[in-house]
Design a protein around this ligand. Sequence first.
Ligand SMILES: [Zn+2]
Length: 428
Amino acid sequence: MIRRIADEILLHSKAYENLHDLAKNVGQRLSASPGFYKAEQWGLRLLQNSGADKAWLQECMIPHWVRGGKDQAIVNISSKKKELDVLALGNSLRTGTNGVSANVIEVASFEDLEKKKDSIKGKIVFYNYKFNSTFINVFQAYGDAVRYRGAGASQAAKYGASAVIVRSMTASTDNNPHTGALRYDTTFPQIPAVAIGLKDADWLDSVLRQKKATVSLKTNGHFLADTVGHNVIGELAGTEFPGEYITVGGHLDSWDPGEGAQDDGAGVVHTIEVLRAYKAMGYQPKHTIRFVLFANEENGLRGGAKYAEEAKTKNEKHIFAIESDGGGFGVQAIEIGGTIAQKLKLRSWLPLFKPYGVYDMPDGGGGTDIEPLKKIGAVVSELDPNSQRYFDHHHSPIDIFEAVNKRELELGAISMAAIVYLVDKYGL
Ligand SMILES: [Zn+2]
């Protein structure tokens, strides 16, 4: 059966052309932006056309952050000026029309910030914390570095900083800035924050070693009122256990600089491809399978929370969920949760995945959108594609369709369809 699934996908997949359509004709789709609503309609139509028994929009309130214009940063050293390529971090508040101009102080880490806390007041803090290259799984380096993006602004504001510049969460060799969500601690002033690419970060570091520099920052980010958005859901009804659910998903929203192809267009088209392949093969699941394109993963997680909340309210029995949110690269592992017995059962299937490049099923959580389903008893799981190039693109202007390879993308859909098939057929 898994061989048949693989052949169906490798010969007839629509994942790559669907990704092209999403990336080029919908494009960036940050929560509550016009692109996001266009994506909702795109997803609904595609789930219907791919053979869902029914498809619908599930309403949820979503935050509405807008970038509001081009972000700017100009470094002034002695009498020279240099413009940096910057992107305000998501959820960052604007500098105001006059911008913020101040001396820059570089810190290597939060520990370093602590040491320099008496010299922070009024300055722009430059977090130059590097991706740890020694982690083989690059998601570990991301997890380690991302706290500077998430909490750096508030930590610096605690000591009176006027703004922050954060080295991008990447080990890439280009100069693209990578945005992503920051979270303000509202006990401190909400100061503006921007990301810079690695070349600019290294250059600024070399300058600051020799002399003082000021930076003039201008950003325009702000919030409009929360508004209505939707998870987009398709369903194949179960033939034996229609009241028991398996969820397959990715997130529909994306950051605004690129096309959201790797993050998470790949997961969106994986999800739809599993449905298309089952229908094309005439597979009728025993359990009800939901194909969910989640809203607002990037800057709020409201879609995932809403999906689990409604499942709980309706007393739905969710047995398993899997998310694809690690890009469209070849899958090397599938992270699994559940009890020891459930993990043993899942791992007993590992030999069936090896021909398709999946060699491990390590312990792990689900993607962030399905994590809340754990509270109502679902076993959650996540695709682990090869991560080496993912953070070259992630949240940057080069997260575009061209970054995704057709066969690698299809291998992800095969793994997802295969594990969902096994769970549906043999249970957990
Ligand atoms: Zn994502």
